[in-house]
Design a protein. Structure first.
Length: 110
Protein backbone atom coordinates (compact mmCIF):
# COMPACT_ATOMS: atom_id res chain seq x y z
CA UNK A 1 0.00 0.00 0.00
CA UNK A 2 1.37 3.38 -1.04
CA UNK A 3 -0.05 6.56 0.46
CA UNK A 4 0.44 10.20 -0.42
CA UNK A 5 -1.06 13.61 0.24
CA UNK A 6 -2.37 16.17 -2.21
CA UNK A 7 -2.48 19.85 -1.32
CA UNK A 8 -5.75 20.74 0.32
CA UNK A 9 -6.33 22.82 3.41
CA UNK A 10 -3.83 22.80 6.24
CA UNK A 11 -2.98 19.09 6.37
CA UNK A 12 -3.46 17.92 2.78
CA UNK A 13 -5.78 15.20 1.46
CA UNK A 14 -4.94 11.52 1.79
CA UNK A 15 -4.79 9.37 -1.36
CA UNK A 16 -3.86 5.77 -2.12
CA UNK A 17 -1.37 5.41 -4.98
CA UNK A 18 -0.96 2.39 -7.26
CA UNK A 19 2.17 0.25 -6.98
CA UNK A 20 3.51 1.60 -10.28
CA UNK A 21 2.84 5.21 -9.17
CA UNK A 22 0.66 5.81 -12.23
CA UNK A 23 -2.80 6.11 -10.61
CA UNK A 24 -4.41 7.22 -7.40
CA UNK A 25 -7.76 6.99 -5.66
CA UNK A 26 -9.10 9.39 -3.09
CA UNK A 27 -8.99 8.02 0.44
CA UNK A 28 -10.43 11.03 2.24
CA UNK A 29 -13.79 9.25 2.64
CA UNK A 30 -11.95 6.71 4.84
CA UNK A 31 -9.66 9.14 6.67
CA UNK A 32 -9.05 12.74 5.57
CA UNK A 33 -5.35 13.26 6.31
CA UNK A 34 -2.11 11.37 6.81
CA UNK A 35 -1.78 12.80 10.34
CA UNK A 36 -5.18 11.48 11.32
CA UNK A 37 -4.33 8.10 9.78
CA UNK A 38 -1.19 7.86 11.89
CA UNK A 39 -3.13 8.85 14.99
CA UNK A 40 -5.85 6.25 14.32
CA UNK A 41 -3.96 3.59 12.33
CA UNK A 42 -5.75 0.67 14.02
CA UNK A 43 -9.12 1.98 12.85
CA UNK A 44 -8.30 2.70 9.20
CA UNK A 45 -5.47 0.44 8.02
CA UNK A 46 -7.68 -2.45 6.85
CA UNK A 47 -10.00 -0.18 4.86
CA UNK A 48 -7.07 1.52 3.16
CA UNK A 49 -5.52 -1.84 2.32
CA UNK A 50 -8.81 -2.86 0.68
CA UNK A 51 -8.88 0.41 -1.22
CA UNK A 52 -5.33 -0.25 -2.43
CA UNK A 53 -6.30 -3.71 -3.71
CA UNK A 54 -9.37 -2.31 -5.48
CA UNK A 55 -7.21 0.36 -7.10
CA UNK A 56 -4.76 -2.29 -8.31
CA UNK A 57 -7.61 -4.22 -9.95
CA UNK A 58 -9.19 -1.13 -11.50
CA UNK A 59 -12.39 -1.71 -9.54
CA UNK A 60 -12.76 1.88 -8.31
CA UNK A 61 -12.55 5.28 -9.98
CA UNK A 62 -8.95 6.41 -10.36
CA UNK A 63 -7.06 9.46 -11.52
CA UNK A 64 -3.63 9.91 -13.03
CA UNK A 65 -0.94 10.43 -10.36
CA UNK A 66 1.77 13.04 -10.91
CA UNK A 67 4.28 13.11 -8.07
CA UNK A 68 5.05 16.77 -8.74
CA UNK A 69 1.51 17.56 -7.54
CA UNK A 70 1.93 15.67 -4.26
CA UNK A 71 2.28 17.59 -1.03
CA UNK A 72 4.48 16.81 1.93
CA UNK A 73 2.92 13.79 3.67
CA UNK A 74 2.88 15.65 6.98
CA UNK A 75 2.90 19.35 6.06
CA UNK A 76 3.02 20.47 9.67
CA UNK A 77 4.51 18.86 12.73
CA UNK A 78 3.47 19.22 16.32
CA UNK A 79 6.93 19.03 17.92
CA UNK A 80 10.50 19.67 16.86
CA UNK A 81 13.87 19.08 18.41
CA UNK A 82 17.03 21.09 17.92
CA UNK A 83 19.67 18.37 18.08
CA UNK A 84 22.50 20.91 17.94
CA UNK A 85 21.30 22.31 21.26
CA UNK A 86 21.20 18.82 22.78
CA UNK A 87 24.79 18.18 21.75
CA UNK A 88 26.03 21.40 23.36
CA UNK A 89 24.57 20.34 26.70
CA UNK A 90 26.47 17.07 26.83
CA UNK A 91 27.68 16.27 30.35
CA UNK A 92 31.41 15.98 30.83
CA UNK A 93 34.03 17.55 28.62
CA UNK A 94 31.78 18.04 25.57
CA UNK A 95 33.64 15.61 23.32
CA UNK A 96 31.38 13.23 21.47
CA UNK A 97 33.63 10.19 21.19
CA UNK A 98 31.80 6.91 21.70
CA UNK A 99 29.23 8.39 24.09
CA UNK A 100 25.53 8.62 23.46
CA UNK A 101 24.86 11.93 21.63
CA UNK A 102 21.62 12.60 23.55
CA UNK A 103 21.23 12.91 27.31
CA UNK A 104 19.53 9.91 28.90
CA UNK A 105 16.45 11.93 29.88
CA UNK A 106 15.66 12.40 26.15
CA UNK A 107 16.26 8.78 25.18
CA UNK A 108 12.60 7.76 25.58
CA UNK A 109 12.84 5.07 22.88
CA UNK A 110 15.09 2.80 24.94
Amino acid sequence: MKLASLPQGRDGRLIVVSDDLAWYADADHVVPTMQRLLDEWHRHADLLESLSIELAHGAIPRKRFHEREAAAPLPRTFHWTDSADALRHQPGDGLMGARDPLPRRWAWWR
